[in-house]
Design a binder for this molecule. Structure first.
Ligand code: HEC
Length: 618
């Protein structure tokens, strides 16, 4: 049967697995017989080219039937019926090249532009130029028009409904009165005053992804000069023309393991676009990679799981380093003065079974300090060595200068707030910020957790914090006026189960999972910590079921703005935590807020459910 037996085993297996009842479902045939080479969206993979933009006159069925043996394209004459080949070809033809619909209203191109110096501005003002606003990760806006005295008059200005996501996770970027918003693989350029669409880049979501990537979440765009950059659900980095959204280049940056995906947002540093991936629960090898912003060619790649013979290799016997996790699914921060990027890594894989990965499992659950020019590591700090509870350390590593110290502050999913010296990675302090914390009793003088010995078992073990973490990827914020660090914390526990599992592509690699504790509660709170002493200044209990995933920001107007746990966008006094205003958005929030101004008027915006809400004073 295999007259094209020279092709990789992977493809041979895939062809054999076409289910009979889907014999004429072109997408199913394509996924089973073609995607291992051409990629799940036919836009190119490791072993085959992009086939979505071929000349309409080409007889694709003939090519598929006969193959191009000398160049690695197998013949399918023996393995697929004519009807199946027709269906696969029809499917490929239906994937029209990513059309960039020139939905340019008012007949004017967008004229926004970002210079490298704009990205270095701290704090941000009228423009919010990147996911976190500025490089420090503080999410602090210098705007003061909306402040503690008038925030109670805040009202909605406009709502944008992208219509293809019920769970927006993006933070908008605003440049020169133009807002860039993402949902799934779509980018929208909007008039930031009215919400009217200027252009829309669309690309179909990718079929066949698993876990987080299969939900097609996307956290936003990065912008440099007249280019907009996004990560797609299947880990391509795409460069768009800021004027009309047309595609300039497309780089597939995570190939070789189908379990990779991307949900994050790129970070621009100098003339580079730096990206990571998701898939840390699914057995991929994490990395951070930098691309030339102009051409899309790769400059460097730092693997977050060491290869054979490298430092830390003892945790990764055999080929396990190829699926050890430590993915990089949130953007890093950047200190231009020392020329260092700081990037958090995810949990090890398998999540709940430590036996296949003895030792500390470097560099999982860590923050990495890298030289952005070449990807060389300056230092690392690991929060949760040999993690058994899915305590990713991708929460924003916030850069704070206070009391003569250059700090890196992170509220970690494992329940401790960490303060490090960011010049050398030295551990300064850690304090627990939740009461429900049972996996460790304290953090020792070197920054290592003192474990209590709890671990997942076949019968189940109750451990706190739960798998979703004492906090998570939604943004913390630091306000230099108050010296306080604010974030949303969760008091909750899970019962953790262990059942060892072998790795397989196309499947999660958790080694079982968690269940809610019967009668257990999930309680959220907004907390404010003094970062020089590590002491809690105030805590504001949020009512709800603990299912919200919204972040916070702060402003020079004396405010902390955040999504609370009862479907409201809320503002509190940054000094006291006293509630000043709230608005019911009617949907659970899974995003972090931002602020900007156009023509002297200040706005705040946050995505909630399927909509983006923008607020301003009357
Ligand atoms: C083992 C990997 C592999 C598999 C499986 C595979 N292809 Fe290909 N395919 C290739 C390669 C490599 C080329 C490029 C050959 C060349 O350079 O001319 C190619 C070329 C093509 C072309 C022609 C592109 C052109 O530029 O003219 C088409 C159409 C195509 N493949 C469709 C399919 C379809 C449909 C399937 C599934 C039924 C499939 N391929 C399965 C590897 C593969």
């Amino acid at each position: 049967m295999m007259h094209w037996c020279a092709v990789p085993l992977l493809a041979v297996l895939a062809v054999g697995s076409v289910p009979a009842q889907e014999a004429v479902d072109g997408r199913a045939i394509f996924n089973a017989s073609c995607s291992s080479c051409h990629g799940l969206d036919a836009r190119g993979g490791e072993h085959g080219p992009n086939i979505t933009q071929l000349d309409a006159k080409l007889d694709l069925a003939a090519i598929v039937k006969n193959g191009i043996a000398a160049r690695g394209m197998p013949a399918f004459v023996d393995s697929l019926q004519d009807q199946q080949i027709q269906a696969a070809v029809q499917f490929v033809r239906s994937l029209a090249p990513v059309t960039v619909p020139a939905i340019i209203r008012h007949g004017v191109d967008v004229a926004a532009n970002v210079k490298p110096a704009d990205l270095l501005t701290v704090p941000v003002g009228a423009n919010w130029v990147s996911y976190n606003g500025d490089y420090t990760g503080r999410r602090y806006s210098s705007l003061t028009r909306i402040n503690t005295a008038n925030v109670n008059q805040l009202r909605p200005q406009w709502v944008f409904h992208p219509a293809n996501s019920t769970l927006l996770e993006c933070t908008p970027v605003v440049i020169d009165g133009i807002m860039f918003v993402t949902s799934a693989n779509d980018v929208f350029a909007l008039d930031a005053k009215t919400g009217k669409q200027r252009w829309h880049y669309q690309r179909p979501v990718t079929e066949g992804l698993i876990d987080d990537a299969s939900a097609h979440h996307n956290r936003g765009v990065a912008v440099l000069a007249d280019r907009v950059y996004i990560e797609t659900d299947n880990a391509h980095l795409v460069s768009l023309d800021i004027r009309d959204g047309s595609q300039i280049w497309d780089a597939a940056y995570a190939t070789g393991n189908k379990n990779y995906g991307a949900t994050s947002v790129p970070l621009i540093v100098k003339d580079m676009v730096i990206v990571g991936t998701s898939g840390g629960d699914d057995g991929v090898r994490g990395f951070i990679a930098a691309f030339d912003a102009a051409t899309g060619s790769e400059r460097w790649r730092f693997w977050t799981i060491p290869g054979p013979k490298e430092l830390g290799a003892e945790s990764w016997p055999g080929e396990s380093y190829l699926r050890g996790g430590a993915t990089t699914w949130m953007p890093g921060t950047y200190d231009a003065e020392s020329n260092t990027i700081y990037w958090g890594t995810s949990n090890p894989a398998p999540d709940f079974d430590g036996d296949p990965r003895p030792g500390d499992d470097l560099y999982t659950d860590s923050v990495l300090a890298l030289d952005p020019d070449n990807g060389a590591m300056k230092w690392y700090f690991q929060f949760t060595p040999h993690d058994l509870f899915d305590y990713d350390a991708v929460e924003t590593p916030v850069l704070i200068d206070r009391a003569g110290r250059k700090m890196l502050v992170q509220a970690n999913r494992n329940g401790f707030l960490y303060i490090l010296d960011r010049t050398n990675g030295q551990f300064l302090k850690a304090v627990p910020f939740v009461k429900k914390l049972t996996w460790a009793s304290s953090i020792d003088a070197a920054g290592r957790p003192v474990r209590t010995g709890l671990q997942p078992t076949k019968e189940g073990t109750v451990v706190c914090p739960d798998m979703t973490g004492a906090t998570n990827w939604f943004s913390p914020t630091y306000n230099p006026d108050t010296g306080l660090f604010y974030f949303i914390a969760l008091e909750s526990c899970h019962t953790y189960f262990l059942e060892p599992q072998a790795f397989a592509e196309g499947r999660g690699y958790y080694a079982t999972g968690v269940k809610p504790v019967p009668g257990g509660t999930r309680e959220k709170k907004l907390v404010a910590y003094d970062v020089t002493t590590g002491t809690l200044r105030w805590s504001y209990a949020l009512l709800g079921d603990g299912e919200s995933w919204a972040g916070a920001m702060s402003t020079a107007g004396g405010l902390v703005l955040f999504g609370n746990d009862s479907q409201e966008f809320e503002a509190v006094d940054a000094r006291s935590g006293q509630s000043l205003w709230k608005f019911n958005v009617g949907q659970t929030l899974h995003a972090s807020p931002m602020s900007y101004s156009v023509d002297g008027k200040q706005y705040v915006a946050i995505a909630a459910g399927s909509d983006l809400f923008t607020f301003g004073l009357p």
